[in-house]
Design a protein around this ligand. Structure first.
Ligand code: DGL
Length: 258
C-alpha cells in the first residue's frame, strides 16, 4: 500500500481551530499537520462575508503552496464563507469544513430545547439557515451570536471572574431555565466549555463539531488514498500571522478543556 506523508493543512481565524487540531491528532497521530491561525485578522465573525472569503482564500493558498494534501477549515465562519468556492478552486484536494454539531444536539433529547452559540456571520448566512431548517421539527432551536468569546480565547483567558461575568450577561436569558443542549458553533468556544457549562448550572449537554470534523477528515483521506504511514508519529507545525500567538496555541493544544 502507498502512503502519502504530505501534511494535512488546518486553519482558523486564530487559535480556536486548535480545538479541532486536538481531535485530528488524537484520531490520526501518525499524520503531519500544519496549523495556521490568522490572529492578526481575528475575529472573522464580525466582518463582511466577502472579506472573510478573501482572508480564507489567502490562508488556503498559503497551505497549498506548502504542499498540503488536504485542507481542514477549522473555523465555522470561514466554512460558511468559502467552503464551496475552495472546493471548486482546488479540485483534487479534499476540503473539509467544520459546521455546528446540530444533529447530535437535536438527537440528545426528543423535542428538547437546543441553543446554538456561534458568530454573527455563521448564524445569519444561508448555510446555517438550511441546516437549521432540516431539524426545526425535531427540537426547539434558538441561536445566540456571541461577540467577545473569541477575544477572551485569543488572550489565553479560558477561566476566571472576568469570563464568568461576561458569560453571565451573555447567557442571562437562558440561566433561569437552561436549554437541554448547547451547540458550540465556533471553534474558539470549546476552550470555554467549562465556563459555559458552569454559567448554565451544568444543566445543559454541550456539543461541538471537532470530533465529527476529524472523523470526516479521516474518511476523506482514506477515500482518496491520502493516508500517511501508520507506523510513525507525525509532526505538528504551528504558524500564526501574529507569531507571538504560537505559544498560546501550543498551550491550548495541551490544556484540559473537558
Ligand atoms: N473560530 C471561528 C469559528 O469557528 C471564528 C471566530 C472569529 O474569528 O470570529 O467560527
Amino acid at each position: 500500500m502507498e502512503y502519502d506523508n504530505r501534511p494535512v493543512g488546518v486553519f482558523d481565524s486564530g487559535v480556536g481551530g486548535i480545538s479541532v487540531l486536538r481531535e485530528l491528532i488524537s484520531l490520526m497521530p501518525n499524520e503531519n499537520y500544519i496549523y495556521y491561525g490568522d490572529s492578526l485578522n481575528a475575529p472573522y465573525g464580525v466582518r463582511p462575508l466577502e472579506e472573510v472569503r478573501k482572508l480564507t482564500f489567502a490562508t488556503a493558498g498559503y497551505l497549498i503552496e506548502r504542499h498540503c494534501k488536504c485542507l481542514v477549515i477549522a473555523c465555522n465562519t470561514a466554512t460558511t464563507a468559502a467552503v464551496r468556492a475552495l472546493r471548486a478552486r482546488y479540485e483534487g484536494v479534499p476540503v473539509i469544513g467544520i459546521e455546528p454539531a446540530l444533529k447530535p444536539a437535536v438527537l440528545h433529547k426528543p423535542d428538547g430545547r437546543v441553543l446554538v452559540l456561534a458568530t454573527a456571520v455563521t448564524l445569519k448566512e444561508d448555510k446555517f439557515r438550511r441546516l437549521m431548517c432540516r431539524y426545526e421539527n425535531d427540537a426547539r432551536i434558538s441561536t445566540l451570536a456571541c461577540p467577545g468569546i473569541v477575544e477572551f480565547v485569543e488572550r489565553g483567558i479560558i477561566e476566571g471572574d472576568e469570563l464568568d461575568s461576561y458569560l453571565g450577561r451573555l447567557l442571562s436569558d437562558y440561566i433561569p431555565n437552561p436549554p437541554d443542549a448547547v451547540v458550540l458553533g465556533c471553534t474558539h468556544y470549546p476552550f470555554v466549555r467549562s465556563a459555559i457549562s458552569k454559567a448554565l448550572s451544568h444543566k445543559s449537554e454541550i456539543f461541538d463539531g471537532g470530533n465529527g470534523t476529524a472523523r470526516e477528515t479521516r474518511h476523506q483521506l482514506t477515500l482518496n488514498g491520502l493516508c500517511g504511514s501508520p507506523d510513525k508519529t507525525g509532526s505538528v507545525t504551528i504558524l500564526n500571522s501574529r507569531p507571538e500567538m504560537v505559544d498560546i496555541s501550543k498551550w491550548l493544544l495541551t490544556v484540559d478543556i473537558k
